[in-house]
Design a protein around this ligand. Structure first.
Ligand SMILES: *Cc1c(COP(=O)(O)O)cnc(C)c1O
Length: 368
């Protein structure tokens, strides 16, 4: 079978290094708030180009903590509005509602799958405090127009960078484009831990300090609690793994780019709409290679029958989920169209080219 993503194989490549450092952490007797987290935070901020990086428990917490910190700092209040793409993974929106802020769902651009920047300004009200952009599927979401709108209306830009670590816009890495960014190191992400992990990056020293305290029971000093914080910290063992895997991220993202290029150049079935290969290849790290087709369900069945695993990102949009019943009537036709037609092809840094050829060949031979 050709797997969608073989996480075991990815980590097998680095097994010697990972096992060595795991043994060091086990023997050290120190598992939280130690030298490995300090080291990884330094590695990550150097890589991304920001002044600060804060390790947290997971990607959802990274986003929750950014918003929570802005609330503690008096920059946002309950019921303030946050503009967000409607077709993102639910975590982006959970981070907003969890803080009793109001997500304002905006349709994506059907060609990029990222928020349609031309629709943002009409959604801005006096209560709008931020735009949460998502670099969805690994593609940078940024433009001069976005910079102009946010400056004009004095809005924060928060990046959901869970899917795009390593991507760049005009030489600036995602995570260093906006005011703050949330990263996920969920095992299946481009930089995956061996469990849950996440981080926040920012150039704002004050924000960084508040987030660090909030993730540690709201305290900067043990037993002195400034905020009603939570417990969301990166494990030492995960930080140690991530410092090792970060060294190989650029190489892995290059492999993803060559696979994406091959898919894009060689899939010729007219039923299939392909993602665009960008003139500036660094603007995409291909966390997912997502095609669109009216034949989605039939094509997926056909590929499964031929031993190729594909996934749907995502089958149900957030505004149609049980968790958000009050939004079921919201009119978001582009978002719904995407959710009904997208299919993610096998994509990872360990996918063999001969398997890529096989996927392409099968798709090109698909007929109704
Ligand atoms: C994975 C993901 C998250 C959440 O990250 P976790 O580490 O799983 O909590 C948030 N947003 C997007 C777009 C994601 O893909």
């Amino acid at each position: 079978m050709i797997k969608f993503l073989d996480i075991q194989k990815i980590n097998q490549q680095y097994a010697t290094e990972l096992k060595k450092v795991a043994a060091e952490v086990i023997d050290s007797g120190w598992y939280l708030l130690g030298e490995h987290v300090v080291q990884f935070e330094s590695d990550l901020s150097t890589y991304v180009g920001t002044k600060h990086a804060i390790g947290v428990g997971n990607g959802l917490d990274a986003l929750r903590l950014i918003l929570r910190a802005y609330m503690e700092m008096g920059i946002m209040q309950e019921d303030d509005e946050i503009i967000v793409p409607a077709n993102t993974y639910i975590a982006t929106i959970l981070a907003i509602t969890d803080n009793r802020l109001k997500p304002v769902l905006v349709e994506p651009d059907i060609d990029t799958y990222n928020i349609d920047i031309s629709l943002i300004e009409e959604k801005i009200t006096p209560r709008t405090k931020a735009i949460m952009i998502v670099h969805l599927y690994g593609r940078v979401c940024w433009s001069k127009e976005l910079e102009v709108i946010t400056k004009k209306h004095n809005l924060k830009i928060i990046e959901d960078n869970a899917q795009a670590i390593g991507a760049e816009w005009n030489g600036i890495k995602t995570g260093n484009l906006g005011d703050a960014a949330g990263f996920s190191f969920y095992p299946g992400k481009n930089l995956g831990a061996l469990g849950d992990s996440g981080a926040v990056t920012t150039n704002d020293a004050n924000l960084a300090e508040v987030i660090r305290a909030l993730g540690n029971y709201g305290s900067k000093e043990k037993y002195k609690n400034i905020y009603r914080g939570l417990n969301s910290r990166m494990d030492e063992i995960q930080a140690a793994f991530l410092s090792i895997k970060l060294k190989y991220l650029e190489r892995e993202n290059e492999t993803r780019r060559s696979i994406a290029n091959y898919y894009a150049k060689n899939i010729t079935n007219p039923e299939v709409i392909l993602p665009k290969i960008l003139k500036k290849p660094k603007e995409h790290v291909w966390h997912l290679f997502v095609i669109r087709t009216n034949e989605r369900d039939r094509l997926q069945k056909y590929l499964t029958k031929n031993s190729i695993q594909t996934l749907i990102h995502y089958p149900i949009p957030t505004h149609k989920q049980m968790a958000y019943k009050k939004w079921h009537g919201t009119d978001l036709p582009i978002t719904e169209k995407i959710h009904n037609k997208v299919l993610s092809l096998p994509m990872s840094s360990v996918l063999k080219m001969k398997d890529v050829y096989e996927v392409v060949n099968l798709i090109n031979h698909y007929t109704r």
